[in-house]
Design a protein around this ligand. Structure first.
Ligand code: KMH
Ligand code: ZN
Length: 310
């Protein structure tokens, strides 16, 4: 597809609210950001839930349901729910959103990695933290393994198949491409597939152009160019925009949003809407058309908004 898919990752689980007042927390704030991002050019929104009282990532199904319902009331955007969850969640808690709410698209993380956030602490003093869980959450990430075993991946995919939910595969390092190839060969995953290359997590491959080229050329060789479509996440600023711009010229699509990056310009905190707007401006500068939600439904062969469970 020649049109560019912009995904907006609105809140995530890899930041704490004290890092930016613009991170949406409540279902209402998340839905408002979703609608604003769609108006700005996003065709997909990637959704995590947070406890409305303290901003902690949560696997609470009622909160998820409220977010999804509020968005659907106001927009036909494609929703891609997380199954990555938050650091304190079990695999059962992470996947539950799929059988409960049967979204069109959900993430499926393709391997286990260290997933460290403690570097964010360099920018925060003890008195900056708004909630008591935040400092410990960042500090404990030094000892966190983001667990995605082969059995786990198979279980996530079983839930997705049963719900008619298409997976968006998240690949954080070169080895995850080989994990993918193994599961394709084993018949667990059927091509064509939709990949998200995630570059810049501390624990995975880093967010540079040579690293993106490594991921794409490895996937071309190991999975086969004709068997996948892809998008990229560059974690941090300005990497989010650097990698997205490169991806546009390499046949890829892009994800921006406060899950991955907090700045819209150097030293300037962003809103989700501003991140999508900047991405759209970059795309339009190169005369690139922007995909809408229905373009994505057709392109990724999604089941349609009328078949979700919310
Ligand atoms: N929660 C992070 C450890 C996903 O949404 O599937 C990873 C994550 C990926 O957010
Ligand atoms: Zn996520």
């Amino acid at each position: 597809m020649n049109k560019l898919i912009i995904t907006a990752a609105l809140t995530g689980a890899a930041t704490v609210p004290s890092q930016s007042k613009y991170i949406p927390i409540t279902p209402e704030e998340i839905a408002n950001d979703a609608v604003a991002c769609v108006e700005a050019g996003a065709a997909v929104v990637h959704i995590h839930a947070r406890d409305p009282h303290n901003g902690m990532p949560t696997g609470d199904m009622e909160i998820f349901g409220e977010i999804l319902t509020r968005i659907k009331e106001r927009s036909n955007v494609v929703i891609c729910t997380t199954t990555g969850g938050g650091f304190q969640m079990t695999p059962e808690q992470r996947v539950r959103v799929v059988p409960t709410w049967k979204p069109e698209l959900a993430t499926c993380n393709m391997g286990s990695i260290n997933f460290a956030l403690y570097q964010a602490m360099r920018h925060l003093k003890s008195e900056d933290y708004r909630f008591d869980w935040e400092e410990e959450y960042l500090r404990n990430s030094e000892d966190y393994i983001f667990k995605n075993t082969f059995r786990g991946i198979r279980t996530y995919l079983d839930f997705m198949n049963a719900a008619g939910t298409r997976p968006e595969f998240e690949l954080y390092d070169v080895g995850h491409i080989y994990n993918m190839a193994h599961l394709i060969e084993a018949g667990v995953i059927q091509t064509p597939i939709w990949l998200q290359f995630v570059l810049g997590v501390l624990g995975g491959i880093q967010a540079t152009i040579p690293d993106l080229v490594t991921m794409v050329t490895t996937a071309d060789r190991v999975i086969g160019r004709e068997n996948y479509n892809w998008s990229v996440i560059g974690v941090g600023y300005p990497k989010e925009f650097e990698l997205a711009t490169a991806a546009m010229f390499m046949g890829g699509h892009v994800r921006v949003g406060l899950e991955d990056n907090l700045l819209v310009k150097r030293k300037t905190l962003a809103t989700n809407q501003q991140l999508v707007e900047r991405m759209r401006r970059i795309a339009e500068e190169f005369e690139r058309e922007i995909a809408g939600p229905d373009d994505v439904r057709q392109f990724l062969n999604l089941k349609g908004i009328e078949n979700v469970g919310y």
